[in-house]
Design a binder for this molecule. Structure first.
Ligand SMILES: [Zn+2]
Length: 520
């Protein structure tokens, strides 16, 4: 091992830094767009460029732009074409032809790229980027790009040749020319023909992004495509890289891509937009041990499966406190999606006994996931109420998780110690007993709008309890109602939360009693 003198060291590092800073023939900078589709497209493009390992080629990412440079244009072009060909496969799945039974390629249904006639079972996309004869010519324009005097509507840069903005590039564009969803374009619809090559290329390539979650609902006849929103490209990239490394998204699946277990083959069963997001969070937190960035802002595209592709857009903001609750539950071994939401059933009595109504069950699961993620405890509590001649049952392990969730989500904030949950549960049990023959008390409780009405319902419970038979009172803690009164007095400001907690546990015990009794 040779030891360098300080002079040698300084000389050498100055040569290195000279080498490094020597300007390349071609230098490109693409800045953050502050647009959910284009920023994901930019990040996707960065991951494409990172795979190019020509010595001549450098790419770097900062919080607000990507920069790439090279001397040899042909070398760059060929390497990029290879990477685009590779990414192209993310849009294609293999499936069986219904008529012939022969395996053929199928384009994922939600991808808004026009398809030409299939040739020998191979998908042919009309977009020129994916025509391997035309792609080199498109990329040749990169060389000319800077010489123009037109201004791009997306990035504001100057360029020479125009592309037309359309859904295949930017899904917010609607067929009837009224552009929806995005601020910059909305105010400048007449310029929508003025799009530069770089924005065109990035926008189209975003369909090849394997780092996005998608879920297709056959019932709603649409696909939900989840785009993470960050105002910082480094964070966006970290989050998507962590997601990909976790192995929880399957590339080669037509309708849904969230996996039950990392790098497995089984797709997770979710029911709609919010169960998918909740299940994703659970898997992400479980499998990305040292996550630096967890996305809590999402832009969700609702892409119809039918012929008319009017895309709807929704943003979801998940409070960081909710993500902490989900994380804490997971740390304690409670999987709120897998072991609770998935194990909730809506039972209806038929002449064959109790039967699960799967439509209502799916609706309840979706509503529970949604109200949790948007931090709406009121709506959450009402999901467990009896309705339409049926009631909601949880599997036995799921009840324990429900208690933990309620403790972390509500009681901690309410300043109520965990033991006090027993008081609420006991009163819930009393209400369930009273409601077994007639649920009107439970509905009345749910409907109370003022604290005076609440007191009046509590008095009614107390009166009815006094009239109960001895053996009915056996499992009941007679002091519970008094303890609850003290609790409400101590926490008068949050009486609504106490009401919601009572609704949950009354509904839960009522359902258990109905199931035991075997009928309504
Ligand atoms: Zn542009």
């Amino acid at each position: 091992m040779s030891v360098k003198t300080l002079d040698e060291y300084i000389n050498q590092s100055s040569i290195e830094s000279k080498n490094y800073t020597k300007p390349k023939n071609f230098l490109f900078k693409v800045s953050i767009y502050h647009d959910v589709w284009m920023d994901n497209a930019l990040e996707n493009f960065y991951r494409i460029l990172k795979k190019i390992d020509n010595e001549d080629f450098n790419v770097s990412l900062s919080s607000d732009k990507i920069t790439f440079e090279f001397d040899n244009f042909e070398g760059f072009k060929n390497a990029l074409i290879q990477q685009i060909k590779h990414k192209y496969k993310n849009m294609i799945v293999m499936g069986e032809d219904k008529k012939t039974g022969i395996t053929k390629e199928i384009k994922k249904d939600f991808i808004l790229l026009q398809e030409g006639k299939k040739e020998g079972g191979t998908v042919k996309l009309k977009e020129e980027v994916f025509d391997w004869n035309k792609l080199p010519k498109i990329l040749d324009e990169i060389k000319e790009n800077k010489k123009g005097d037109k201004i791009c509507i997306m990035c504001g840069g100057r360029y020479k040749k125009s592309y037309t903005l359309k859904q295949a590039i930017y899904p917010f564009v609607t067929k009837n020319k009224s552009l929806s969803g995005i601020r910059t374009i909305k105010s400048l619809p007449e310029y929508h023909k003025n799009l530069c090559l770089m924005c065109y290329l990035l926008g189209v390539l975003e369909w090849t992004d394997e780092g996005l979650i998608y879920h297709t609902s056959q019932k709603e006849n649409k696909t939900f495509l989840f785009l993470p929103i960050f105002e910082n490209l480094i964070e966006l990239n970290k989050f998507k890289e962590e997601t990909l490394r976790a192995g929880i998204l399957k590339v080669s699946e037509r309708y849904k891509n969230l996996l039950k277990n990392p790098n497995s083959d089984d797709i997770e069963e979710t029911f709609g937009e919010y169960t998918t997001l909740l299940a994703f969070y659970e898997k992400f937190i479980l499998n990305v041990k040292e996550s630096e960035v967890l996305c809590n802002n999402w832009g969700v595209l609702h892409i119809p499966l039918g012929k008319v592709k009017n895309v709807k857009f929704e943003t979801i903001n998940v409070d960081k406190g909710i993500l902490e609750v989900i994380s804490e539950l997971i740390e304690d071994g409670y999987l709120i999606y897998n072991d609770m939401i998935k194990r909730i059933y809506f039972k209806k009595k038929t002449n064959k006994g109790f039967v699960t109504d799967w439509d209502i069950t799916a609706e309840i699961k979706e509503n529970l996931a949604k109200s949790l993620l948007i931090d709406d405890f009121r709506t959450f509590s009402r999901q467990l109420m009896p309705r339409k001649g049926g009631f909601v049952i949880l599997s036995s392990d799921a009840y324990e998780i429900l208690d933990e969730l309620i403790y972390l989500w509500r009681l901690v904030n309410m300043g109520i110690p965990k033991e006090k949950l027993d008081t609420i549960k006991s009163v819930g049990n009393i209400i369930a007993k009273i409601s077994l023959g007639n649920s009107s008390l439970l509905y009345k409780l749910d409907k109370v709008r003022t604290i005076d009405e609440f007191w009046s319902v509590l008095r009614e419970i107390s009166r009815k309890m006094a009239g109960m038979e001895k053996d009915e009172l056996r499992e009941i803690k007679p002091t519970a109602i008094d303890e609850l009164v003290v609790m409400v007095k101590e926490h008068e400001k949050i009486w609504r939360e106490i009401r919601d907690l009572l609704v949950i546990y009354s509904s839960m015990y009522l359902a258990i009693k109905k199931l035991k009794k075997g009928g309504d």
